[in-house]
Design a protein around this ligand. Structure first.
Ligand code: ZN
Length: 66
């Protein structure tokens, strides 16, 4: 990871810092780390729903026919 610039004040922030040492704005890296678990859970939920819908689409016509 390389050093990057603060989105708020433009100062250089060393890699691995959670906040800008000059103005205290959270770094994009830190934001990604905070939202990553939530996004992973959302994707898992969406995949489960998609699989459930697919199973229903395959299963329901067979039930209705009999
Ligand atoms: Zn800053």
């Amino acid at each position: 990871m390389a050093a990057h610039e603060c989105n708020h004040c433009g100062q250089r922030i060393e890699a691995g810092c959670a906040h800008c040492p000059y103005c205290g704005t959270p770094t994009p890296e830190q934001r990604d780390q905070q939202f990553a678990p939530r996004r992973a859970r959302f994707v898992a939920l969406f995949l489960a729903l998609a699989l459930f819908s697919l199973a229903m689409m395959l299963w329901l016509p067979r039930v209705l026919r009999h």
